[in-house]
Design a binder for this molecule. Structure first.
Ligand code: CDP
Ligand code: MG
Length: 141
């Protein structure tokens, strides 16, 4: 069964500084995902901590939130059938060395942390993450 879904996608600060915004968007559009919201933000450390609250206490939390607040990032809401899982597939596994051939992370990530893109992992996390950055007026329908 197919379900129309929305998910949060981010081009992380490493992707923005390396000029990969266009590359990521090309792949999103090529996969028939509809971009229904988009903005660029330079997160504060506190904003990054709030976004990644689910990872609070983990060994990589400090470094991750430093990285995510180190420069501008591009936040997007994607819409499509089963877009949550399909976008996770397009990104590839968290660690680029384990990511499948042809995925964004396999081709462009340089590190387990600096892995170019973020994507929500479930409907509940997608709902939290989308409202963390966007209000209803910023989402087209
Ligand atoms: O982003 P994804 O959902 O694939 O992975 P996660 O387990 O939710 O972790 C969030 C982010 O933390 C990753 O995308 C990495 O940037 C970073 N991370 C890390 O630096 N070291 C780890 N061992 C695991 C994750
Ligand atoms: Mg995650």
């Amino acid at each position: 069964m197919t379900i129309m879904e929305r998910t949060l996608a981010i081009v992380k600060p490493d992707g923005v500084s390396r000029g990969l915004i266009g590359e990521v968007i090309k792949r999103l559009e090529g996969s028939d995902f509809k971009i229904v919201a988009i903005k660029m933000l330079h997160l504060t450390k506190k904003q990054a901590e709030g976004f990644y609250d689910v990872h609070k206490g983990k060994p990589f939390f400090e470094s991750l939130t430093d990285f995510m607040s180190s420069g501008p990032a591009v936040m997007m809401i994607l819409e499509g059938e089963n877009v949550i899982a399909r976008y996770r597939e397009l990104m590839g596994a968290t660690h680029y060395k384990e990511a499948a051939e042809g995925t964004i992370r396999r081709e462009f990530a340089t590190d387990i942390e600096k892995n170019v893109v973020h994507g929500s992992d479930a409907p509940e996390t997608a709902a939290f993450e989308m409202t963390y950055y966007f209000n209803n007026l910023e989402i087209v329908s």
